[in-house]
Ligand binder design. Structure first.
Ligand code: DGT
Ligand code: CA
Ligand code: CA
Length: 572
């Protein structure tokens, strides 16, 4: 398909001109590129009919260039201007927050030409020293690089979910859509997402295609058809869009929600019952459609319960659904509090009172303020003195705010030798003691396990935070001997954390299920450092649901009184 090739060339021209500081022209090229890649007609056909200038945004000047590309397979103008800019400078523009001016400045002042150079410069703190940049823009650049790279691979659910919701919202508002669903791994709330699979029910599929391929935040159109298209958004995320009939929406949802393995098994069950199940519906032997508008009616005809999307991984849910025995997984609204929030005493940005007020707004009964302990220098860890001062402040705010209970907590470092970063005199003054590894991640499995087990032996410990240390894009999980950790956790009533922070997502769904099977309870913590992160609680609940957790497995569903009982502490 020539359309996409030509569009790509014009995008590159726009990028290069932009780096050269030329006004207006880049916008013209970009507009033409976008129209070319999203139009249904074949550009070569238009060229044959001499109708190139009918494409919106294509005037005589650009039409000539299209002609040259179609006839010679290349464009001299592009070859010329490519020589005028160094290396891969236009790749830098793919990073959010870097515009052409900044790209040029980074090149001239620091010799940055590739993404790798950019990352190195940001990590070594050189960028913050440039005029017009600062510490925040350096962090933004690192985040942007991360998102761009992730866009090419998989991206954490925590980053993808808001983007999917926004898209769902925009499509729902269109007058030609009757139903919209982001299916695929996102609907199953898998911890990382490959691409977004968007389903739309509409009688006007062409209009939906026109709309989506021309959206402002679309960077590239990979393919465009009458009922399906694929685009890449500016942040690098791929969107696969399908438009179906209202009456097929359930069947399409069932098919495109997957997982593939779950789908294949339901199709086998359909066959065994003399049906055929496809993305268009459930059909009987005479090819008559017997279900398809909703997922529920399809599963019902197959003689099984409709499993929640988070369960659809073919990990035994199908067999249980057939016996009407699916577990009652924790509902999203069952959460009564957050166990892991940082305040501005350590490296959080909000004050304790601000956190508490936001938690009241969220309808919580309690929140545990868990700042870093003294060894975490990067996290501005608290000395004993500051911790006690913090506890006093918490007591005062508790007296003032009646609607919530702030728990006095700390996220205490597990030192390399397994000792804790505060001594027992301090720990016993806290409501909740969270422990975590924040240093010396590289240790043989046995040694790391013993280190953590030793820390868990302390009687004051309540929660083991981010138990495997995994940090997406930065650090693999360290290995630990899970059976031994589970055994100790169950014996000492220590919860394992489900950490909601997007790049962490630790424990994983599989390990959550294993923990539950070993009678271990779990505590969901958002690890909030800025107020808006409190909302990521749902990511943790989603993983709990993927791990088949019921209400009783998750500590956040308990009242304050029940917490005290569980931890054998006076909390109320
Ligand atoms: P992802 O995007 O890698 O995070 O994972 P998914 O699950 O979203 O996979 P994706 O985007 O490749 O496909 C979306 C859904 O379409 C998938 O969950 C199930 C369905 N699907 C795709 N390929 C097949 C297939 O070969 N057989 C069946 N039965 N379903 C498929
Ligand atoms: Ca997908
Ligand atoms: Ca897909």
């Amino acid at each position: 398909m020539k359309n996409l090739e030509i569009a790509k060339i014009f995008y590159e021209i726009a990028d290069i001109l932009e780096i050269q500081g030329i006004d207006f022209k880049p916008r013209a090229y970009r507009k033409a590129a976008k129209n070319i890649e999203s139009m249904p007609q074949d550009i070569e056909e238009l060229h044959k009919k001499n109708k190139l200038e009918e494409i919106p945004g294509v005037g005589e000047h650009i039409a000539k260039k299209i002609e040259e590309i179609i006839e010679t397979g290349k464009l001299k103008y592009l070859e010329k201007i490519r020589k005028q800019v160094p290396g891969h400078l236009n790749e830098l523009l793919k990073v959010q927050s870097i515009g052409p001016k900044k790209a040029k400045q980074l090149h001239d002042k620091l010799g940055v030409t590739t993404l790798k150079d950019l990352e190195d410069a940001a990590k070594s703190g050189k960028i913050r020293k440039l005029d017009g940049f600062g510490e925040t823009s350096e962090l933004d650049i690192l985040k942007g690089i991360e998102i761009y790279k992730k866009g090419k691979e998989r991206i954490p659910l925590g980053f993808a979910l808001p983007i999917a919701r926004e898209l769902e919202h925009i499509l729902t508002q269109l007058k030609d859509t009757s139903k919209v669903l982001v299916a695929g791994s996102l609907r199953r709330r898998k911890s990382t997402i490959g691409d977004l699979d968007v389903l739309v029910a509409s009688k006007q599929p062409e209009k939906i295609m026109d709309f989506v391929t021309a959206m402002k935040n679309v960077q590239r159109v990979l393919s465009r058809g009458t009922t399906k298209s694929s685009v890449i958004l500016e942040n690098g995320i791929q969107v696969d869009l399908r438009v179906v009939h209202d009456s097929d929406f359930g069947a399409a949802s069932q098919y495109f929600t997957g997982s593939k393995e779950h789908g294949i098994k339901t199709r086998i069950i359909a066959n065994q019952l003399g049906y055929k199940l496809s993305e268009y519906g459930l059909f009987n032997k005479n090819n008559k459609k017997v279900a398809g508008e909703t997922e529920e009616e399809i599963y019902k005809k197959l003689g099984m319960q409709c499993p929640e999307p988070e369960l659809r991984e073919d990990r035994g849910e199908i067999e249980l659904a057939q016996k009407n025995r699916l577990p009652k997984i924790i509902p999203y609204n069952a959460v009564k509090g957050d166990f892991h929030v940082h305040s501005n005493y350590s490296d959080g940005s909000a004050s304790i009172e601000e956190v508490a007020k936001e938690c009241i707004r969220l309808g919580y009964e309690y929140v545990c303020i868990a700042d870093h302990s003294k060894s975490t220098r990067i996290g501005n860890g608290l000395t004993e003195e500051r911790l006690l001062k913090k506890c006093k402040e918490i007591d005062q705010i508790n007296k003032k705010l009646k609607k919530i209970r702030i728990l006095r907590g700390a996220e205490v470092d597990i030192l390399a030798n397994g000792e804790l970063d505060y001594d027992n005199k301090i720990l016993k003054q806290l409501d909740i003691v969270i422990i975590a590894v924040h240093s010396k991640f590289k240790m043989p499995k046995e040694e790391m396990t013993n280190r953590i087990l030793k820390a868990m032996d302390n009687t004051y410990v309540n929660i083991l935070a981010h138990p495997t240390g995994v940090y997406y894009g930065m650090r693999e999980a360290y290995e630990i001997d899970f059976p031994r950790i589970f055994e100790k956790a169950a014996e000492k009533n220590i919860c394992l954390e489900i950490n909601c922070s997007a790049p962490r997502m630790d424990l994983s769904d599989i390990n959550i299920k294993a923990a539950i099977d070993n009678n271990v309870k779990l505590a969901i913590g958002t690890d909030t450092h800025a107020l808006e992160q409190l909302k990521t609680m749902e990511i943790g609940v989603a993983q709990a649901r993927r791990g088949w957790a019921t209400k009783k497995d998750i500590l956040n569903t308990r009242t304050l009184k029940e917490l005290g009982k569980y931890f054998n502490k006076i909390i109320i």
